[in-house]
Design a protein around this ligand. Sequence first.
Ligand code: OAD
Length: 233
Amino acid sequence: MKHIVVLTGAGVSAESGFSTFRDAGGLWEQYDVNDVASIEGWYRNRELVLNFYNGLRIQLRNAKPNAAHEAIAALEKNYNVDVITQNVDNLHERAGSTRVLHLHGELTKVRPENGVYDRTGREDEVIDIGYDQCSLGDKAPNGQQLRPHIVFFGEAVPNIEKAIDLVESADILLIVGTSLQVYPAAGLYRYARAGVPVYIIDPKDVPVHDSRLTHIRAVATKGMQEFMDILAS
Ligand code: OAD
């Protein structure tokens, strides 16, 4: 079976009701990224950061995967599929994708600050809290304050090496709904081998100038239908 690697960003979850980050009206217009998504912001005001992710967790509990998440999951019938997502939601998993690598963490998980993960990327101390809230004073078994299991700006991206390996072994690379503004994720497509077709689904212009690239200019649900038509042709 051919190996399809799918790299997704906030756009794949937009039709499930999640705001993207950099579009007009997006999250980074409503909140200061330095306050709620940076390591400096965390140490400045933990309560603000916890509340921000508590709110997103409630939103996630009420959200449903859309037809794009479902189409990506359905690719597994005929292909060997790996999803690499910058999203912290669990909509790929809930749609049925079985191999999902989260680059920027997961909303439904927390971990101690200054823990093993920060030094090694190992998830030993990561705790699944589902859709529960996490408050100031909630401690990990080691006595440290719990923090969201989110990669903040200013932190390393421990899963990037695994992601590079996956992209290097792809026969087809599909990119859905990411502005490709945030590194190192934005540079991943460059690891696709020579001759590997690269598709990008996005209703807007994309900042990629690569002769292998086919831009499917559509929202994720429509774009996935077009992508599947291309695969079938
Ligand atoms: P962005 O908000 O930067 O980009 C979203 C992309 O999705 C844009 O290119 C949009 O044109 C496109 N888009 C909008 N609606 C769409 C739809 N219905 N279907 C398909 N595409 C659509 O989001 P990301 O690229 O995911 O990190 O942002 C990357 C990272 O920056 C995030 O993981 C987050 C953020 O700061 C952290 O918070 C650590």
